[in-house]
Design a protein around this ligand. Sequence first.
Ligand code: AGP
Length: 589
Amino acid sequence: MCGIVGYAGRGCAAQELYSGLKKLEYRGYDSAGISTVCNGSLYTVKRSGRVEGLQSSLGCLAGSAGIGHTRWATHGEANDSNAHPHVCGRFALVHNGIIENYAELREELRAAGHTFLSQTDSEVIVRLIDSCYGGDILGAMRLACARLKGCWALAVLCAAFNGFAVARRGSPVIVGVGRDGCYAASDIYALAGRAHSYCVLGEGDMALVTAGGIQVFNGEGEEIFPPFERVTERFAEVGTDDCPHYMLKEIRENARTMRATCKKFLSSVDVCALSARLSSADKIVLVGCGTAYNAALAGARILGWACDCPVSACIAGEARYDPPSFTKNSVCIAVSQSGETADTLRAAEIARGAGACVIAVTNVGYSAVTRIAHTVLPVCAGAEVCVAATKSYIGQLVCLHLMAAGARIKERAECILKLADEVEKLASDGEYASTIAKLCARSRAVFFLGRGCDVEVAVEGSLKLKEVSYIFSDGYPAGELKHGTLALVDETVLSVVLVCDEGLADKCLNAVEQILSRRGRVAVITTLPRVAERLKGRVQAVWLLPPAPFHVACFLSATALQLIAYRTAVLLGRDPDKPRNLAKSVTVE
Ligand code: AGP
């Protein structure tokens, strides 16, 4: 959700910023821009489209300090004038976040003689800073920020200063020190290979960054000295290895994620304390957005089996305005790959404010959700670059399954580890996924159906397909079909039916028959040989997965659906790593 970078050092700022922006592009790819400062002048290049579009103009950007931005459009379409940096007087600014009172501020600034050059909310910030400036950059930023409502991570360049300043509230900023200079970025991966140590700025903090070092200040303007951590190998630059896309590479890392997450859980989580907390809870509410919400849905089912209290899943964006009535005995489980999703953070804060115990399930150990949570359950998926979440979802499922296992945790972990070997083999499948992807690519709409534990996997499979292929899709319980949606079924619609629970298989097959009688097309994914046998030749495709207990078959079926979504996107010529209109890490509301 917009990426910002800053650099001040001995190297060429334009090159440093360009390489940082390339790594942040997953946060938004509507437009990109860089400003540098050299001998008291600002230089800016910005345009709509991807970061690569800046490459030919880097030579116009003199200087060894600057800021850069890659945009996910919120206010104003993706064109050159709405691209960041925004420039006013002596200042250039890049922003990640949303300014909610921008319309009032814009009117006020217009009345004072400002002419706006973009439709963005961000431009008001640079104009406010310029009007507040009296020789002290941070002072001007502090005055300007005091007028803002919303959330922001800012990097600001001033013609009078050979460095840059950053500020944050609600959106992340990491600062780092390297051999050739000092850096700032929206995430640590942009600093990997360049900075040797880093610090995550606290809420409301600001920093002045020059080639010589970084000074950090709290919201009151007092200098503070937060600890800097070493940038370790786990943040190293990630490539696509031999895969054509990150999405495929990351699906192929599902098995590794299952093993690493199991290992970390068993070695670092105080299982007794966790079980005690869950068993004394008066209610457990899981919150998340998108794929993380779909993992929360699965978690609610399995925790519901294991715990005596009511367990539910809530879309975080809804929970923040209509929060469940938490007490000090309640548990809120915040599920988030990035740990920076604005809606999830707010829902977790509300739960914590009400005295509930907050447990974070996250892939990013230094993220904002870890600072809200009482307990962090680490997902060990490594960097996930593709906008569509795949391996992180699998890791979230591992954490939730282990959490729900209670005293049988060792047994559950063994079962998951055994399945990891099967998931590994499955992820290299080309044949079945391609067959079903061809059917999807030819369909007007695709429904994903299942019963019991297969329902949540179907819902996630549907989200995956729609986000990377742009085909209309929906996922829900197979038994619901006849209550309305069956009206949409004809020969142009495909239904992908998951059948992994022997106890519900025949019920699921009823839905298959109802679809076939309306000339609908069907692909079945099952762990049950008898189901595969029965449907072979009657439906368009049958994918027989290795056998697995029904409650953990999700690791296999989810991997299969991820592969189908990926193959469909590729068949249709979409970029699965950067789907249109989307960005990873949604730090605005
Ligand atoms: C997943 O494929 C999506 N890109 C999206 O739904 C994502 O899961 C959601 O925005 C939540 O992100 P988080 O896990 O980082 O909180």
